[in-house]
Design a protein. Structure first.
Length: 294
C-alpha cells in the first residue's frame, strides 16, 4: 500500500494542533461534500480521502502511530510485539544456527521489505487489517433491494443492499479487508449505512409516520381525500366530526421489513385540522349563527 500523506491532504503541518486539524477538516469536508458536488467523482474521491485523514489525525493514539510507522501505522502494535519477540529469542536463534540477518528477514517480509526468509512459514501469522467504510444513501434507495459497486482501497466490491436497511447499521463482508501478514487471513470490510431522509415521512424501523392537513369542512362533514404513501397516493374516507390529531393506520403501507421479502410495516397518519383564514363577512356571519346554535 503506497504511503498517503494525511497532513498534506488536510493542508496542515505535522505540528498542527487538534484544533487546527479539526478546522481544516470541516472546511474541506464542506467544500467536497457529495451533496454539494453531485455526480463529481473527483470530489467524491477527495471527500473520502479527507475523512480518512481526519479519522487518523484527529485521534491522538492513531496520529502517534501514524507519525511513527507511516503507512503501517495500523500494524504498529504487531510490529512492536514482533520486535520484542526478536530480542527475547535472539540468543536462542543464534544457538540454533539463525543469523541476525535471517531473523530480520521476517520483519521486512511483514512490512514491505524486498527480502523473504526461507523460514517465514514457521512464524506467527497475522490477520490483515479490517477496513471501515460509510455508504451514504437516500431513504428512497433502501425501499427496494438493489445492487451497488463500492470502491474500497482501489478495489471494486459488488454488494446487494437488502430493502429496509437501517440508518447507522453495520454489515461485515468477510475477507475484503487488508491482506494478511506472513500468510495470515485477509481482514474484513465493515460498511456503515448512512440513510438520509429527505421525504415527508418519519421512519421508525418498518413503521412510517406522516402528517396530513385536513380541511375544517371535511373534518366536520366528512368526505374523501387523496394522501401520499411511500409508493404512491391512496384515497381515504374521512368520517364526519373527525377530531384534530386523529390517527389512522394504513396496514402494509409502511417500510419494508429488513430481510423479509414482501413484508411491510404500517403507515400511521395524523390529521391536523386546518382552520380557514381571510373569512368574508358572509362566512363570519354564518359562523356566528352556528355559534348561537351551539
Amino acid at each position: 500500500m503506497a504511503f498517503i500523506d494525511y497532513y498534506k491532504i488536510l493542508g496542515v503541518s505535522k505540528s498542527a494542533t487538534e484544533k487546527e486539524i479539526k478546522a481544516a477538516y470541516r472546511k474541506l469536508a464542506r467544500k467536497y461534500h457529495p451533496d454539494l458536488n453531485p455526480d463529481n467523482k473527483e470530489a467524491e474521491k477527495k471527500f473520502k480521502e479527507i475523512n480518512e485523514a481526519n479519522e487518523v489525525l484527529s485521534a491522538p493514539e492513531n496520529r502517534k502511530k501514524y507519525d511513527k510507522y507511516g503507512k503501517d501505522w495500523k500494524h504498529g502494535e504487531v510490529y512492536e510485539k514482533a520486535q520484542q519477540q526478536q530480542q527475547q529469542t535472539h540468543y536462542q536463534s543464534n544457538q540454533q544456527g539463525f543469523s541476525s540477518q535471517e531473523y530480520s528477514d521476517f520483519f521486512e517480509s511483514m512490512f514491505g521489505g524486498a527480502r523473504t526468509s526461507s523460514r517465514q512459514s514457521h512464524y506467527q501469522k497475522f490477520k490483515g487489517q479490517d477496513f471501515h467504510a460509510e455508504l451514504h444513501l437516500d431513504l428512497k434507495d433502501v425501499y427496494t433491494t438493489h445492487k451497488q459497486v463500492l470502491t474500497v482501497n482501489n478495489k471494486n466490491i459488488r454488494l446487494t443492499i437488502p430493502a429496509g436497511v437501517e440508518n447507522a447499521q453495520d454489515i461485515k463482508i468477510k475477507g475484503k479487508g487488508g491482506a494478511g501478514l506472513n500468510g495470515g487471513p485477509n481482514g474484513d470490510l465493515y460498511i456503515k449505512f448512512i440513510i438520509n431522509n429527505r421525504t415527508q415521512f418519519k421512519r421508525d424501523g418498518s413503521t412510517l409516520y406522516s402528517n396530513v392537513n385536513l380541511d375544517l369542512y371535511i373534518s366536520l362533514l366528512g368526505g374523501e381525500i387523496m394522501v401520499d404513501t411511500f409508493d404512491g397516493k391512496v384515497k381515504l374516507k374521512i368520517a364526519p366530526e373527525t377530531q384534530n390529531e386523529t390517527k389512522v393506520k394504513l396496514k402494509g403501507k409502511g417500510f419494508p421489513v429488513y430481510k423479509k421479502e414482501g413484508e411491510f410495516g404500517d403507515l400511521i397518519i395524523t390529521y391536523h385540522i386546518k382552520n380557514p383564514t381571510n373569512l368574508s363577512e358572509k362566512e363570519i356571519e354564518l359562523f356566528k349563527e352556528l355559534q348561537k346554535l351551539r
